[in-house]
Design a protein around this ligand. Structure first.
Ligand code: ATP
Ligand code: MG
Length: 386
């Protein structure tokens, strides 16, 4: 019963990730994962097709083995780079005839918005409904099964991204032998990372990866703004490389094992030996010495995000900040951020067994997007668990 599995693919700058999931009550159950580190992607963009393809094939194979599911169709996520969100409206008129609304009506509305908004060098990645209006009267989240006589209208967000970026991602996945069922922008995916309260009150998701920090603001149940900056964990490692004259790979290991983002809380007793470039003699430092460097970079990165949110007049984030992505593994990042803002801060780690790492948030939320669009458009008619 292949149609009950949802496979999502995240082509990240440091690793390609695949998960095989299934709908489970209101959430997602993960039954297999794959992760393959690669140098074929930089800043969310495929820079080496051959390397990227072999990483995609490899991670899909791993996910296939661990889940026991044969994988040939995937949902692809796109990063929020060079992207734009527009809000738009569309309607269908029924001319007085009683019509029961179904998934096809919704799909045709979203499709016409997709065609309408396609322009210039930008391509539509995802069209997401904010709400529907039945007969110019009732505002609803899902109008299916309701009867309308006059019209069905939708207010929706349209996420556009750089056409070249999208075309190449799609080409690379297809040449890896996979069929893409749909493409979802992380801007939409992150909605599934927030709790109902956070998304209602106004919450910001910040995904700090290797080359990118992506962020999205949701309020009253819907996406309002999303963007990214080309800064992430790789720059932290670079800073350590320069500050302590150590090779990148060694700096990466040291960062992951001893790194701390909050100087005030970092340990100053443990001694860490750092290999040196062009020298046999290691030097000795403490985690606090590392934190001195790391904190500067993380603080600057977060300030850049806050400044951009302020420019967008997003000044009151009552639902709080939710930090995720691989760099959210860094000790002290929550405390540093809590020191910078008065709103609540939490680190998001997926709670699915076998995938409890913040770097899996994006790919797991892509599965959630797949499920929620399928339900809205009525692609899924059988449910094993009800
Ligand atoms: P991007 O989203 O930037 O395109 P990506 O999705 O591949 O890239 P992630 O997998 O979310 O990125 O995160 C990878 C980053 O997380 C790397 O920079 C890595 O060094 C960092 N990271 C992973 N574990 C830790 C850790 N324990 N401490 C600090 N940083 C970590
Ligand atoms: Mg990522």
């Amino acid at each position: 019963m292949k149609e009950h599995y949802y496979v999502a693919l995240d082509i990240g700058s440091s690793s390609v990730k695949t998960v095989v999931g299934e709908k489970f009550h209101d959430g997602v159950n993960i039954i297999g994962i794959g992760q393959t580190f690669t140098d074929g992607i930089s800043k969310g963009m495929i820079t080496d097709f051959e390397l990227a393809k072999s990483a995609i094939k490899d991670t899909v194979k791993k996910a296939s083995i661990s889940s026991g599911v044969e994988i040939d169709e995937v949902f692809l996520k796109m990063p929020i780079t060079d992207s734009e969100i527009k809000f738009s409206e569309e309607s269908i008129r029924f001319g007085g005839e009683s019509t029961e609304i179904n998934g096809e009506h919704i799909e045709s509305l979203l499709e016409s918005l997709r065609e309408k908004e396609m322009a210039g060098d930008k391509e539509v990645v995802t069209v997401f409904p904010v709400h529907f209006i039945v007969d110019d009267l009732h505002e609803v989240d899902d109008p299916k099964e309701m009867v309308a006589t006059q019209s069905l209208a939708v207010r929706a967000g349209v996420i556009l991204t750089n056409r070249t970026l999208l075309i190449n991602a799609v080409k690379c996945v297809e040449e890896s032998g996979l069929t893409i069922l749909d493409v979802y922008s992380d801007a939409v995916n992150y909605g599934h990372v927030l709790t109902d309260a956070e998304i209602e009150l106004g919450g910001v998701v910040i995904d700090i990866g290797a080359d990118l920090t992506q962020y999205a603001y949701f309020e009253r149940g819907a996406l309002k703004y999303a963007s990214s900056i080309p800064v992430g964990g790789n720059l932290i490692t670079n800073d350590l490389t320069e500050a302590f004259n150590m090779p990148f790979d060694h700096a990466e290991k040291v960062k992951n094992q001893y790194g701390h983002a909050f100087f005030d809380m970092a340990n100053d007793e443990d001694v860490i030996r750092l290999n040196q470039i062009n020298s046999e003699n290691a030097i000795e430092v403490t985690p606090k010495d590392l934190a001195d460097i790391i904190e500067l970079r993380v603080e600057e990165l977060l300030l850049d995000v806050f400044e951009d949110l302020q420019r967008q007049s997003i000044t009151k984030v009552s639902g709080g900040f939710v930090v995720t992505g691989g760099t959210a593994n860094l000790l002290g990042i929550k405390e540093l951020m809590q020191d910078m803002v008065s709103e609540k801060v939490r680190i998001h780690v997926p709670n699915q067994m076998g995938a409890r790492k913040p770097e899996f948030s994006s790919v797991i939320s892509t599965v959630s997007s797949g499920i929620s669009f399928d339900e809205l458009l009525e692609y899924v008619t059988i449910d094993n668990y009800d």
